[in-house]
Design a protein around this ligand. Structure first.
Ligand code: BGC
Length: 757
């Protein structure tokens, strides 16, 4: 397709028309120029292609497809190759179904456990989220199919999602709510990015030039199209100027007409429109040139892939030795989810699964009895169901409780009001554990729940929303055919009140201040040393791993260098298994408030019994930097940084330190009200302050600095120094006994500013 040539042949109306969909799921074509309509469909973890009755809320049916584990589960795999493999499978399905772009991955940060859509998102940690999203994109696009990285940006709640204003300070925005997208854009190079419904700092994402053009394109190098979330367009023409290319689904021509009018009356430069049209035609061309006519895929093979992936995502939260189960044991599967698992969430990502394999479907010859225990239609304690379950538990050697959140408790479109499981399920767990000490819980949910029963059960397997093969994958893990290797991609607090956003979430009407700042998830809990039910990065295995040999290739470096970190991990048990080695970085001393530690690398390592492997990480400036609003750039403060290797954010097993020297000094201008201490931080300034400070016996090596000073009583030199450090320069006049005057101070300031400014 000769894009430029085509544009030159298009009428103004045709160009404006191309900037919105023809219907719910199609872009417009231009028949007379041979430009076809292409189709987009929802993801992210399966193909939701709607043929007839279109909607974006998951109400009407779509074609039969394969539901893979949801984002919340996938992230627990900490396995970028695995999610890439899933992405490639989705790409194949799109090729077979004639879908050009699959709308995902969902990559918003889990700010609160209450967000109704957390099940679709990866993590509270932007590095992990960005890595997973980036590799999801690589997988899909390897098949010549586009992705739509969404929802850009700061769309971390469902309540009032179409009008809420996410009010986020610049440093927090950069370090937390944009880093996840930045990584995904740079790694995956998505064909499209979907802008979110909400406002960010007062401006709708769809009108946000700073986000859509300055940051996304100019800084990160994004070269695809920005598509609106369905109905997210606010003001069409300003939006177009801001970089919002494609309006979906459509405005019935109303907004297209506004674009035409704006070009005609000169308020919109036609070149802006041409640029957007060029991007949209390039997308169409990308798809057409990669289209594989006659492509097909095996649903059954993808079901098996969904099973394999689910097994790699499950997190073993507790095991006192009861797991894996003996295949000969008589086991009671209790809970409706054993027969009808909750394996995906509600809303636009809802897949019409061609097959669902529950634990009961997958049990084969295992000695299993079943009791439903609760109903999911309403949260009512049903004594008869509980009595039946208790009886089943009593007659078995082990009870496995399949519990968690029903659809009504969490979904796209609304947030949860609390973090609890249905009361009827908690009552069931109490009743069963009262008669059967050998009880294991299998937890199905999209976001953390309170677990008042955690101490009463012997094992907890967290399967999140594990896709349509979840039942089979659960048995793979419960009975030891698969060794669990998932690690939590989010912290599990004891109660929702512990969450750092609790007091500000979901905001006041449309004002949503992100007042906890960068202290999201473990960044907060770890800084506070607050007990959590399960920490970020936590997960058990049926084998054991030992870490050793942490080495850094340098002990000192400049922030333009890279650091290579190596660490050995050995399987010291008798089963093959996988371990996720986690690397965190801590800034040991900083003038900024920084988290206790931040994840900057991870590696999933597969090990046979007795086998040892080395994980290697390369850290660059970003691993040490914070976002400085003073220079509007990433900045490293000179100092020591701890390199922490952990099994989780709370279980650091090895540690070393590197000294990083900044190659960039933040520009400063000192005035009469700057403090002496702030100036003394700079060796250059110390030198230039010598003459004046000697009048106060400060800043020199003069032994007299230690002598007693009458006005400070028993004062020591440290007290003196502390007082002076917090003193503004002008106050030096008051204590020099007339030896220093204002002109001398100004001269000193001028000299220092000339060097440091
Ligand atoms: C959702 C998007 C989805 C779109 C199309 C919106 O309501 O927020 O994630 O891709 O609908 O269904």
């Amino acid at each position: 397709m000769n894009v430029k040539e085509l544009i030159s042949q298009m009428t103004l109306e045709e160009k404006a028309g191309l900037c919105s969909g023809s219907d719910f799921w199609h872009l417009k074509g231009v028949e007379r120029l041979g430009i076809p309509e292409i189709m987009v469909s929802d993801g992210p973890h399966g193909l939701r292609k709607q043929d007839l009755e279109a909607d974006h809320l998951g109400i009407n049916n779509s074609i039969k497809a394969v539901c893979f584990p949801t984002g919340a589960a996938l992230a627990c795999s900490f396995d970028t190759a695995l999610i890439q493999e899933m992405g490639a499978a989705l790409g194949e399905e799109c090729q077979a179904e004639g879908v050009a772009v699959i709308l995902g991955p969902g990559n918003n940060i889990k700010r609160s456990p209450l967000c109704g859509r957390n099940f679709e998102y990866f993590s509270e940690d932007p590095y992990l989220a960005g890595m997973m999203a980036g590799h999801h994109i690589l997988g899909v696009q390897s098949q010549g199919i586009g992705t739509s990285l969404k929802h850009f940006a700061a769309n971390s709640q469902e309540d009032r999602r179409m009008t809420a204003d996410s009010q986020i300070d610049e440093r927090t925005l950069r370090e937390i709510y944009l880093t996840n997208f930045e990584l995904a854009v740079k790694i995956g190079k998505p064909w499209t990015v979907m802008c979110s419904y909400n406002k960010v700092n007062g401006t709708y994402a769809a009108d946000n030039h700073r986000l859509l053009t300055e940051i996304l394109r100019d800084e990160w190098g994004f070269d695809g199209i920005v598509v609106s979330d369905w109905g997210a367009v606010n003001e069409r023409v300003p939006g177009l100027k801001a970089g919002m290319d494609l309006e979906m689904p459509a405005s019935g021509g109303v907004n297209d007409a506004l674009i035409v009018q704006a070009v005609q009356d000169g308020t919109l430069d036609e070149k802006v429109l041409d640029t957007t049209v060029e991007r949209i035609l390039t997308l169409i061309d990308r798809y057409l040139s990669h289209k594989k006519p006659g492509a097909s895929y095996s649903k059954e093979a993808h079901h098996q892939l969904a099973r394999k992936i689910a097994g790699q995502c499950m997190v073993l939260l507790k095991n006192d030795g009861i797991l894996p189960l003996d295949k000969k044991a008589k086991v009671a599967f209790i809970g409706k989810f054993a027969q009808a698992p909750r394996y995906q969430g509600g809303g636009s990502s809802h897949i019409n699964s061609f097959r669902v394999e529950s634990a009961m479907d997958a049990k084969g010859d295992l000695d299993v009895i079943y009791a439903p225990g609760y109903d999911t239609a309403a949260d009512v304690v049903d004594e008869a169901l509980i009595a039946e379950a208790v009886e089943a538990a009593r007659t078995a050697q082990v009870a496995v409780l399949f519990v968690g959140l029903p659809d009504a408790f969490e979904s796209e479109g609304f947030d949860r009001k609390h973090m609890d499981m249905p009361a009827c399920q908690n009552a069931l767990i109490d009743a069963v554990t009262a008669v059967q000490p050998n009880t294991v819980v299998v937890l199905h949910h999209g976001s953390p729940v309170t677990m008042p029963w955690a101490d009463k059960v012997r094992g907890i397997l967290d399967v999140y929303l594990g896709g349509q093969a979840v039942g089979a994958a659960t048995l793979d893990v419960l009975y030891g055919d698969v060794n669990p290797s998932g690690k939590l991609a989010e912290s599990v607090p004891y109660q929702v009140e512990d969450n750092p956003s609790y007091l500000f979430y979901p905001g006041e009407v449309d004002d949503v201040p992100y007042r906890e700042g960068v202290f999201v998830g473990y960044r907060y809990y770890d800084a506070k040393k607050m007990p959590v039910r399960y920490p970020f990065g936590y997960g058990l295995s049926y084998t054991t791993f030992e870490y050793s040999g942490l080495t850094l290739d340098k002990k000192e470096m400049e922030d333009t260098d890279t650091l290579t970190v190596r660490v050995k991990v050995k399987n010291t048990g008798s089963r093959a298994g996988k371990e996720t080695v986690q690397l965190y970085v801590r800034d040991c001393q900083s003038t900024m408030r920084r988290p206790d530690k931040e994840l900057k690398g991870f590696a999933k390592v597969e090990l046979a019994p007795g086998e040892e492997k080395e994980a290697v990480f390369t850290l660059d400036k970003r691993a040490f930097a914070y976002y400085s609003t003073r220079i509007q750039d990433w900045h490293v403060e000179t100092g020591d940084f701890a390199i922490l290797i952990g099994r989780s954010s709370r279980d650091i097993v090895l540690e070393d330190t590197v000294r990083v020297r900044s190659t960039r000094r933040l520009p400063v201008t000192f005035t009469m009200t700057s403090t002496v201490g702030d100036m003394l931080q700079y060796p250059e300034a110390v030198e230039m302050m010598q003459d004046i400070l000697s009048a106060y016996k400060l800043g020199s090596n003069d032994d007299n600095a230690d002598s007693e000073n009458g006005t400070l009583g028993e004062g020591t030199a440290e007290m003196m120094e502390a007082m002076f450090r917090n003193m503004p320069v002008r106050s030096l006049l008051s204590f020099s006994g007339g030896t220093v005057d204002r002109a001398m101070l100004q001269e000193m300031l001028d000299k220092i500013n000339a060097v440091l400014g």
